[in-house]
Design a protein around this ligand. Structure first.
Ligand SMILES: [Zn+2]
Length: 91
């Protein structure tokens, strides 16, 4: 957003340069044009905000549930279950 603002001010300065008659305004327009275009080109984009620290703490917990594979159909079944929900055989 900041870069766009500087880019717009650079474009305005170049327009100003083309339409003005006086030398001082031309010089000022060139300086303004160079500064604003330079900033708009070289200004670094702001870094994205870091992810919340508790964002990742929840996901592994659900994955660390004890799972075992059904001996009949081979699908992952919760460790506490004694019956496979897919093939209803004893695991
Ligand atoms: Zn099964």
């Amino acid at each position: 957003m900041l870069r766009i603002t500087f880019l717009i001010s650079g474009i305005l300065a170049s327009i100003n340069f083309y339409f003005t008659e006086s030398i001082i305004v031309q010089i000022l327009s060139i300086i303004c044009l160079l500064i604003s275009l330079g900033i708009s080109v070289f200004w670094p984009d702001p870094l994205p905000p870091p992810p919340a620290p508790d964002l990742w703490s929840e996901a592994p917990e659900s994955k660390e549930r004890d799972m075992k594979l059904c001996s009949n159909c081979g699908k992952a079944v919760d460790q506490k279950w004694s019956m496979c929900p897919y093939c209803s055989k004893k695991v």
